[in-house]
Design a protein around this ligand. Structure first.
Ligand code: 13P
Ligand code: SF4
Length: 346
């Protein structure tokens, strides 16, 4: 039970002291964020990991985030993911080998173009390494527009992976919505060489199964049922949802929006349900609603980080045993590190 578990987690953290830092993504359960030294979006957590002095970084998040932390931290620091099953399905939609094959087709379809690949943070280290190798970089939802600008300073076209919706929403932000084509690696009919040659932005056909489920209907319904309600959504939502919303941004932008709201305002939140619940708890003066009404938008990957596993990895460390270490292979680490450094610079 939580009553039994909390003192165990606190005792282990006290015993480990400065040797450990706990990072928690905004989508983690309450029982995880309550024990975190830092809570934030993917970009903030990657910066925190880079700044951390602790020997152990316990990552409350998903595999790609822990990999990024391992890449950014010093070699003598160890990153631990409390559950090895916490893997983002979107990151799995663009495997490096598959992208490598697509790259050959895409570059052949536009032989005179300089194409710069950009991968969203939500991808595995081998894909980040691929992007660095081809002159590209990594971005998160808070800096995708700047990464696109960086790429267009250096090339003519962008291949954006793996999230189609973030790619399309970023194209709109830059006024380039008419220059987008989608690359569907599972549908040969979807790969039109002519379209690729003409488009400036090629979006891989991946998506987040949590954000993909929000619809423009949800926005309409919440506005009808709660007159005066405003809507904030994550840019992994479909274009029509983002268009219907009042504010769009990363999970930390969503947090700031509610933090800066006037008491009595109503905000409907279009993102993973745990963040909506945190915001409702953290800001009782604001009426915080899930955009989806009763349909629960729960990220299965984030949910894998169960407080029992947090207790386990911490108590194992106290006993001198490292469990669930996330370690990226050295050759990938170096290249993926280049792609992440480019991101931290833009
Ligand atoms: P943020 O970068 O906005 O924290 O989002 C991460 C994520 O996984 C969204 O689904
Ligand atoms: Fe991946 Fe979506 Fe979960 Fe974020 S919310 S970790 S993108 S599945």
């Amino acid at each position: 039970s939580e009553a039994e578990r909390t003192p165990r987690i606190e005792a282990a953290l006290e015993e480990l002291g400065d040797d450990v830092v706990v990072l928690g993504h905004n989508y983690q359960r309450r029982e995880i964020v309550e024990h975190a030294d830092f809570v934030g979006d993917s970009y903030e957590l990657s910066k925190r990991a880079a700044e951390a002095d602790a020997e152990y970084v316990i990552f409350g998040g998903v595999t790609f985030m822990a990999e990024s932390a391992d890449i950014i931290t010093d070699d003598d620091q160890t990153v631990i993911l409390p559950s090895m099953e916490a893997s983002c399905p979107m990151a799995g939609m663009a495997e490096a080998l598959q992208v490598d094959a697509a790259w050959a087709e895409i570059t052949a379809a536009a032989p005179d173009a300089e194409i710069v690949p950009i991968t969203y943070m939500n991808s595995y280290a081998d894909l980040k390494a691929f992007c660095a190798n081809q002159g590209g970089l990594v971005c998160t939802s808070s800096n995708a527009h700047r990464a696109f600008e960086w790429a267009f300073d250096r090339g003519d076209k962008v291949l954006f992976l793996p999230d189609k919706h973030l790619g399309v929403n970023t194209a709109h932000r830059l006024g380039m919505e008419d220059d987008v084509v989608t690359w569907d690696p599972w549908d040969p009919a979807g790969k039109e060489p002519v379209e690729v040659a003409e488009a400036d932005i090629i979006c891989w056909d991946g998506y987040c199964q949590v954000h993909e489920r929000f619809t423009a209907d949800h926005v309409e319904r919440v506005r009808a049922e709660h007159p005066g309600a405003q809507v904030v959504v994550h840019p992994e939502c479909r274009r029509e949802v983002v268009e219907a919303a009042d504010v769009v941004g990363s999970t930390s932008t969503i947090c700031e929006t509610v933090e800066n709201a006037e008491p009595g305002e109503t905000w409907a939140i279009g993102t993973e349900i745990h963040l909506t619940e945190h915001l409702s708890r953290w800001h009782p003066e604001v009426e915080v609603l899930p955009l989806c009404g009763d349909a629960c938008m729960d990220c299965n990957a984030m949910r894998q980080i169960d407080p029992n596993y947090l207790t386990w990895v911490l108590e194992e460390l106290v006993a001198g045993r490292e469990r669930n270490v996330i370690e990226v292979a050295p050759e990938e680490k170096e290249l993926a590190g280049v792609a992440l450094e480019r991101m931290l610079e833009v």
